[in-house]
Write a new protein. Structure first.
Length: 277
């Protein structure tokens, strides 16, 4: 039996698992919850066929999930699955399509970083079918996540915070915000609003702050998500170098977290998977 994917996939150049054949996986209903049987082990699935416990994922489960969709995993499938799992392990979120294309181009080759290539491998969509087989959550754009949380009646955060809660006024205009202080309507953001929000948190914006703020905004409008701090550092290094993308430098600008506090002042949604204070 080949090593577990999440162990050897951290080693590059990329190695993919040996092909294997499983007996037909059994799927039954257990108290209204789907259960997948693989090699005598029962795995609970969500209503959309994902593992309830993502830590139970292994190669055999991936093969069984793929078989349900009529897919026999090839080396090409495993390469993409590896890249998705490595991205999740590093950044704590599943990659949206544009970020997946970038990661595949960097780790594999540019020819494999196309929608056509992804769709040939995963006809049900690499973001839906691919992440399900890879044992990962569905990747969501920030706007989709906000809608989902609102529709689900996400409870407000009751932690004390220096930033405003629910609504604030700036130069005679009223701005609604979410519990963590992010603007409900990002289109209301402007320079004066950013300066006001920063002042509320004891920050006077300098040229260095604006450099980061505009980088955050460019990233958001290109990829559809606000970057959590590790993702921010990775992408900033390519443009600004190691010093300006370092953790000490970024936290010196936004002590409340370059991703969480920075995105808030930049008028963007709160980063997914963010571990800033």
């Amino acid at each position: 039996m080949s090593p577990r994917l999440d162990v050897y996939a951290t080693m590059w150049p990329l190695r993919v698992p040996k092909r294997r054949r499983l007996g037909s996986p059994l799927l039954d209903e257990d108290h209204a919850m789907a259960v997948l049987h693989v090699n005598g082990i029962r795995y609970r699935l969500t209503s959309d066929g994902r593992l309830v416990n993502l830590s139970e994922w292994n190669e055999d489960v991936a093969c069984a999930l793929a078989q349900q969709d009529g897919i026999e995993l090839s080396d090409s499938h495993w390469e993409i699955l590896c890249v998705m799992r490595l991205f999740y392990q590093e950044f704590n979120i599943s990659p949206v399509r544009k970020l997946l294309r970038r990661a595949v181009a960097e780790r594999l080759e540019p020819e494999k970083a196309s929608d056509r290539y992804f769709n040939d491998l995963f006809p049900g969509g690499v973001e839906i079918q691919g992440t399900r087989i890879a044992g990962l959550p569905i990747p969501l754009l920030d706007a989709e996540l906000v809608r989902a949380e609102r529709d689900a009646g996400h409870p407000p955060d009751t932690d004390a915070a220096a930033h405003a809660v629910e609504e604030f006024e700036c130069e005679g205009a009223h701005y609604q915000i979410y519990p963590h202080g992010n603007l409900v309507d990002p289109e209301q953001w402007n320079v004066r609003v950013a300066e006001f929000m920063a002042g509320q948190e004891g920050i006077e914006l300098t040229a260095e702050h604006w450099e980061l703020i505009y980088f955050l905004r460019r990233f958001y409008f290109e990829y559809g998500i606000s970057p959590m701090v590790r993702l921010l550092m990775r992408h900033m290094e390519a443009q600004f170098g190691r010093e300006k993308s370092s953790e000490p430098y970024l936290y010196s600008l936004f002590p409340g977290g370059p991703s969480r506090q920075g995105s808030r002042i930049a008028g963007l949604p709160e980063p997914q998977g963010c571990i800033d204070p």
